[in-house]
Design a protein around this ligand. Sequence first.
Ligand code: NAD
Length: 349
Amino acid sequence: MKKILITGGAGFIGSHVVRRFVKKYPQYQIFNLDALTYAGNLENIIDIENEPNYTFIKGDIVDAPFIDQLFAEHEFEGVLHLAAESHVDRSITDPLSFVKTNVIGTMNLLNAAKATWQGNYEGKRFYHISTDEVYGSLGAEGLFTETTAYDPNSPYSASKASSDHFVRAYGETYGLPYVLTNCSNNYGPFHFPEKLIPLFINNIIQNKPLPVYGDGKYTRDWLFVEDHAVAIDLVFHEGVNHDTYNIGGFNEWQNIDLVKLLCKIMDEKLGRAAGTSEQLIAYVKDRPGHDLRYAIDASKINKELGWKPSVTFEQGLERTVNWYLENQTWLNNITSGEYATYYEKQYAN
Ligand code: NAD
């Protein structure tokens, strides 16, 4: 059985990738390595925990001796690396933890893969999952392509950019077989409620203010998380060695318009009068270094690998809202305790 390591599989995107791989590929033994930080939650993958081709390992990618030992023991043939510190606001208050996990953690995995594979790269693949935020900010026009120069503005995007560079450098310097993807904002089930869409769904349910940064004109491209998992599956199996693909939803939204659409869907779902949830919108002080617009050109993966999103934004958003309404215990377990303290600190201004 081919042994595949997926890092960060208890997080948002990782849980969808792990589920897909465990169910679709019984010929793979899937190892899910996750430190279970505040963002990692085994409830996200409870439905597959007893599958015979699935093993969970609790561990920290920053711990080099542990990672070396793990690779020496299992000799993974494939790595899908998703573990990361992923929240921009947290990177502003604690940048060093982003350097540790996103840069040093990635280096540890690269070193362990290199040491294990020892130049015998046949059938091996290191897949690094990254973000479009490495490209920085766009003006009103244009799209990020795979050749856009990196220009990160937040500690989060700087740490992801750095890890991307190291992955490419290991490819060039040591011949390590890698693929890399840069994806736009994901949304969907199991999204941690510090991120915009689940945060606002939760606040609307609870009649709490909806904190919109600045003037709400920030523009992002949004992709349903299951469509990202499909793209990851495709790139892992069919992507060209040493190549990069942008992944996006062809779906740009200004934050304020997105929030209004979400309010409309929530009013319908909760049986509230039209316009009720919109009254919760509260503009708050802007985030420092806030990028104005991200927009991704995903035509390369579309042309070369035949991938495109399977759901429209309206369909994906409705599925997401339904999921959160049906899984309020999951939401309540997270929004109590430590997260509640973080939330108060973050939005106290
Ligand atoms: P997430 O924060 O939901 O999950 C990250 C997971 O990594 C968690 O389970 C956490 O416990 C684990 N982790 C963190 N530090 C670790 C460490 N030191 N050792 C082992 N595990 C650790 O993140 P996500 O939104 O699922 O993002 C996954 C990946 O996709 C990240 O690399 C992120 O940069 C990238 N990405 C995310 C988005 C998005 O919109 N969420 C878009 C593009 C790319």
